[in-house]
Design a protein. Sequence first.
Length: 228
Amino acid sequence: MEESVSGFKHRGTWPEIVEHGERITAALREAGAEGEAFEEWNEWRPKSHERLSEDVSEKTAEQASVGEGEGEKAGKNPDEDLRTAGEKLSESYKHVEDGDNEGAVANWQDSLNYVARAADSAGRKALRAVEGTVYRKVMTQLAPYYFDNELVSANVQKTTRGGDGDQFIFEVNVNDDELKEAVSEHLADYESAVDRWHVDTEKETEVAEVVEGVEPPSRDEESKSTTN
């Protein structure tokens, strides 16, 4: 692993960069990282059973997708917001006729807000209709697969095919300087204290449940086992 001001970088085979991601995830957890941003990172990081051009590509496209606007979050489509805008405009005219200028201005402003929200929702839907295809067919040819939120910025790319198979570069930056320092210390501890890192693998648990009548281990228990 190479450590610099820009982050923690590892060059190697797919299993090696998967291990790099697992070590950073474990270090983040031990340093106190939690919540939605941590779960987003934990979901995106490369896994041993995944492929870069398929699974990581799909997760990157989803992560980079245009989010929902206020109208979509409220469960309203553009047509509904436009109808509401028309109703607010009619109410504004009524207030003018009644001599209520303050009420007229308030309803007029509400009408403009609904029109803007409808346009926003329509624009976001149009972008989503093409962004997945554009990303998969164009952007991944020009840039590495990347992840970015308030906790972590990361990218992984395939370099060349070496003697032991495909080679990759996986770079991860922790965006908070204090947290990054704590993660660095935990990673150093792993280097000196962990003889062999057991890479987490996807487990087929449904058959075991039926045959043995046991519950599958929780994800927390599986993730903890990687540091033993």
